[in-house]
Design a protein around this ligand. Structure first.
Ligand SMILES: [Zn+2]
Length: 238
């Protein structure tokens, strides 16, 4: 049966959700996906009112799950290829130049506004592009971490650049900050927001009001950046 897009009017912000009715189900269940989308599966015979009562009862669970998962990312598309493709880099475009030659030593290097990728076959290009972005992230992010660590008053014990499938950054109990290399496709200020967010977790581990006050102290405009991060995540190039 097709998905229906519905919403629960629950005072304040309505809850949008996708409903799938199924003859195979005997119970109602709700799931929150990375990005914050709510999916509800229910028995084909379930009355709309019954589903709404169920959602109303689980509303606070759904909202808190959304709070966490809204900042998680949906699966990233494959690396675009083709000579002349524009790749996003810190709010600008980097033009991909593919240089294919049978004996080429695979490598990627930036020259001005171009990313020159030498390879033997086109199939090698995506991994070389990702490798270059990861390396560029290592340099850029460590500079931004040092810059903001001085203002937050805490430094991470270690910084790692990762390829997390579901998140932009994390801060471990041991003080390791991990940042997703894909943020290099965002604007510099969006990337800065994630850096500041994780650094502030060195002060407050939770997402309490005190935590957000600390973020606001460093980035007074953080709400806008957080919203921009969400839409960036939904439109990620690769
Ligand atoms: Zn956080």
């Amino acid at each position: 049966m097709p998905l229906q897009r519905l919403y629960l009017d629950c005072g304040g912000a309505p809850l949008d959700y996708l409903l799938r009715l199924s003859t195979r189900r005997s119970t109602i269940c709700v799931q929150v996906l990375p990005g914050g989308e709510v999916r509800v599966a229910a028995p084909a015979a379930a009355a709309p009112a019954e589903i709404e009562v169920f959602l109303g009862r689980h509303l606070s669970w759904i909202r808190s799950k959304q709070e966490v998962l809204r900042d998680r990312l949906p699966p990233a598309p494959a690396v675009p290829s083709g000579d002349g493709t524009a790749l996003p880099l810190l709010g600008r475009a980097l033009v991909l130049r593919e240089r294919l030659a049978p004996g080429a030593r695979p490598a990627a290097a930036r020259e001005g506004t171009e990313l020159i990728v030498r390879a033997q076959t086109a199939a090698q290009i995506p991994a070389l592009v990702v490798g270059w972005y990861r390396e560029a992230a290592r340099h850029h992010v460590s500079t931004r971490v040092s810059h903001f660590a001085a203002r937050v008053g805490r430094s991470p014990s270690r910084l790692t650049i990762r390829s997390q499938k579901t998140r932009w950054g994390s801060c471990s109990g041991r003080g390791t900050i991990s940042i997703n290399w894909r943020l290099m496709q965002a604007s510099g200020e969006i990337l800065d927001y994630v850096v500041v967010h994780e650094l502030c977790h060195l002060v407050h581990r939770d997402h309490s009001a005190r935590f957000w006050r600390e973020v606001a102290r460093i980035l007074p405009d953080y709400r806008r950046l957080r919203a921009e991060l969400r839409s960036f995540g939904r439109n990620l190039a690769f």
